[in-house]
Design a protein around this ligand. Structure first.
Ligand code: MG
Length: 283
């Protein structure tokens, strides 16, 4: 399999990704998909989607879990609503993630991924310990399906994420690295973070963003922008991926589902940019 295949974040019926037709028109060979709604997570739906993927020459490389009630309206709302961290929904979402893992298996895919949420900073708290146990229970289920779980970056600093992974202490917990999220959430300089967590990176997003003003960084969003227009530095990002030995897909994310035409155009430009940089870096 060739190195650094281009990919795009896609949706079946939920989430911010592009429709499969767009991925097909863009000619990308891989997609990550946002897990569909519960009613669509069945063998028939999986078989139908796989058939469409096969016809388009597209391979699913990861399935992202997501939940009803999550909101990325602002950073405080994200902290309160996203992932397995909110305690009121933790048990129900653990069950739903197991079902998403089962659906991922139906898609012949060995990677489940997730925004776990804002991992509590107090590692001696009951909430942190319970989150460790919840994550282990999910990882055991994922493992029985022959899968790994990749945590999306952004909500934790690189050091906090490393501590969490070490504390969970399972061999199938890895990272989906998103450099733009480190900027959007204000959790750290992305290239430095990538070097720190590099040994766990098994999938990545190609997304770009500009920092929020220093006085509101970490409390107000930075701005997501087309690939190459932001503060990540795409050439340096790809060179650092090469340095850490990453050979998996380059999955483009552009989170403006409210403007599908612009989303498709921006992703088209991103494909060209990545192809050019890939040729320069890999020869
Ligand atoms: Mg991402």
């Amino acid at each position: 399999m060739s190195s650094w295949e281009i990919g795009v974040f896609a949706s079946i019926d939920a989430g911010l990704g592009v429709h499969l037709e767009v991925a097909q028109e863009l000619g990308v060979p891989t997609i990550q998909v946002h897990a569909p709604h519960a009613g669509t997570r069945n063998p028939g739906a999986a078989a139908a989607f796989l058939k469409r993927c096969a016809a388009a020459g597209i391979r699913v490389t990861a399935v992202f879990g997501g939940f009803e009630g999550e909101s990325y309206a602002d950073i405080a709302t994200t902290a309160r609503t996203v992932g397995l961290v909110p305690e009121a929904t933790r048990a129900a979402r653990l069950q739903e993630m197991k079902e998403i893992s089962d659906f991922t298996k139906l898609l012949n895919c060995s990677t489940v991924a997730l925004h776990i949420g804002f991992v509590p900073h107090d590692t001696s708290s009951d909430s942190y310990r319970d989150l460790l146990n919840t994550t282990r229970e999910l990882l055991d289920h994922v493992k029985a399906n022959g899968q790994q779980l990749n945590l999306e970056t952004g909500q934790e600093s690189a050091d906090h994420l490393l501590q969490f992974i070490a504390d969970v202490d399972r061999d199938n917990l890895f990272i989906n690295f998103d450099p733009a999220n480190m900027i959007l959430y204000g959790t750290g300089e992305p290239i430095e973070a990538l070097r720190k967590v590099g040994r766990y990176v098994r999938s990545i997003h190609c997304k770009d963003a500009r920092w929020a003003a220093p006085e509101v960084r970490g409390t107000a969003w930075g701005q997501e922008v087309p690939l190459g227009d932001g503060d990540v530095g795409m050439e340096r990002y790809l060179r650092t991926l090469q340095e850490i030995g990453y050979t998996g897909p380059l999955t483009i994310e552009r989170e403006i589902p409210q403007d599908r035409d612009r989303q498709k155009a921006d992703i088209g430009h991103a494909v060209s940019l990545l192809q050019t940089l890939r040729a320069e870096i890999c020869g």
